[in-house]
Design a protein around this ligand. Sequence first.
Ligand SMILES: [Zn+2]
Ligand SMILES: [Zn+2]
Length: 153
Amino acid sequence: MRQKTTAAERRAGLAAAERACSRSGKKLTPLRRRVLELVLNAGKPVGAYNLLKSLRADGFSDAPPTIYRTLEFLQAQGLVHRIAKSNTFVACSRPHDDHFGLIFVCRQCGGAVELEEQQVIADIGCCAGRLGFQMSRQVLEVEGTCRDCGAAL
Ligand SMILES: [Zn+2]
Ligand SMILES: [Zn+2]
């Protein structure tokens, strides 16, 4: 499972954030920008506690009460997905689209990969439509073992 993001991907993620915020008329404050950067840098799902530690090291001393609000903001902008099971956050791999995240999460290494294929989500959307069910959750997570960890077992 690919863990690290490249510098180009991190730049693209931040550029996408600038665009998403200007589209929605919201401000990408230094704190919001830094949190996104940290999630991008992590390259794998990261928890709020670890983000806080990094923020403190950066001198954002007022960050603790606002970290969850900041993460909520980033989720609302479609820049970050929350993995509910582990309560961790991962940068969206396609923040330019409005979409549900479909994410494979490895139980061994904690790595996560977001699928590009949206057909599954579209199918679920059709089922929901037939039932008159309005989907609100942003992420569909599938747990398992990634190829690397599977090979090491
Ligand atoms: Zn996504
Ligand atoms: Zn793994």
